[in-house]
Each structure stands twice: as structure tokens, then as C-alpha cells.
Design a protein around this ligand. Structure first.
Ligand code: AKG
Length: 192
């Protein structure tokens, strides 16, 4: 069972849709190999990333400012599907490409102040299935699930305040995986 604030929906997309979105987004997204400076040393991020969004939704994480690239039809279509499903609006998306089991995402929360105190974040997975770990901050209790292609993980309420999440490396021979996390960032100066 998942902790409060997390809801997993397998089959958000049909297998055919998931395959089509994977092929289209793999080719069309401007994937970047990013380097972060951690404790004074440059380190490659162990996956490729890209940031897309409405104008003005720049996003700072891991100490790097990301300016959004404009939406294109396939990504816009997926945003629309996610908005209808979640009943929420999303102004931006972080795309991650895990090239193999050696690519990963470390423990973190999506708790940057621009996302608000209790953000609704929708995470769509395409390509290879990968293990996703959730860890309660209070006592480090862990909850594991497998994110399958075409699935949607909804993170809302206090999920980012109370929990961290990660995608660990795996020694299994797994293919490429794309993950898209749709988020709402208010455009400063335009929102009431
Ligand atoms: O790849 C995933 O499923 C996790 C992505 C994630 O944690 C993030 O984009 O913040």
C-alpha cells in the first residue's frame, strides 16, 4: 500500500499509446547531459533531462536555473490528458531519460518553493519499467513500487513535505525509460 498523497494508476495510457509517445518524445525532446557542481566537484547527472513549459516558468533545482523550451504537439497532448485526469493545471514538465539500468535519480522531494506548499505533480512513465522508492522523512520507512510503461503516479497533498522519492540503479538489463513530471509553476507577475 502506498503512503498518503501517492496514487498509482497503471494503464493511464494504452500500451499502443505508451509506445507511440515513447518513440515520439525520445526523438523530439532536446535531451541534455547536465553537469552539476557538488561539493566543489563537477558531476554528470546520471540521466538525460529537458525542461519544457509556459513562458516564464523557469525552474531552479540542484543549483541550476532551467529555462523552459516551448511545448510541441505530442507533449502538449500529454499535458492535456494529465490535466483532465488530475483535474489540475500544469504549466511545465521535467523530462528524464534513463538510458539504461545505470541511470538513476537520487533521493529528493519536489519541494521547491515555486511549486507551492502542497503541489499536485503527475508523473508519467514510458519505456522500460523501473523500481520507484518512496521514503518517509520521519522514520525512513520505505515503500516500493514498479512504474510500468503507460502508468501515472499522482503525488499530491503533503507527499513532498513528508516523503522523498528515488529511482535506484539496477543491474538488470533494462531498456530506455522516459519519465515526465508535470508541475504547476505560477508565472510571476501574471498570476493574481
Ligand atoms: O523517473 C521518475 O519516476 C522520477 C522522476 C522524479 O523524481 C522527478 O522528476 O522529480
Amino acid at each position: 500500500m502506498l503512503p498518503p498523497g501517492f496514487a498509482y494508476h497503471s494503464g493511464f495510457l494504452t500500451c499502443e499509446e505508451a509506445d507511440l509517445f515513447f518513440a515520439e518524445l525520445r526523438a523530439a525532446i532536446a535531451w541534455q547531459n547536465e553537469t552539476l557542481v557538488i561539493f566543489g566537484k563537477p558531476r554528470h547527472v546520471p540521466r538525460l533531462i529537458a525542461w519544457y513549459g509556459d513562458a516564464g516558468t523557469s525552474y531552479r533545482y540542484s543549483g541550476v536555473q532551467h529555462e523552459p523550451r516551448p511545448w510541441f504537439p505530442a507533449l502538449e497532448a500529454l499535458r492535456h490528458r494529465c490535466q483532465l485526469f488530475a483535474g489540475a493545471r500544469f504549466s511545465s514538465v521535467l523530462a528524464n531519460l534513463y538510458r539504461s539500468g545505470a541511470d538513476s535519480m537520487g533521493w529528493h522531494s519536489d519541494d521547491e518553493p515555486v511549486l507551492g506548499a502542497a503541489p499536485t505533480i503527475v508523473s508519467v512513465s514510458l519505456g522500460a519499467a523501473r523500481r520507484f522508492r518512496i521514503r518517509r522523512r520521519r522514520d525512513r520507512a520505505c515503500f516500493d513500487l514498479v512504474l510500468e510503461p503507460g502508468s501515472l503516479l499522482l503525488m499530491s497533498g503533503l507527499s513532498q513535505r513528508d516523503y522523498q522519492h528515488s529511482v535506484p540503479k539496477t543491474a538488470k538489463a533494462v531498456g530506455e525509460r522516459i519519465n515526465l513530471t508535470f508541475r504547476m509553476i505560477e508565472v510571476s507577475g501574471l498570476c493574481p
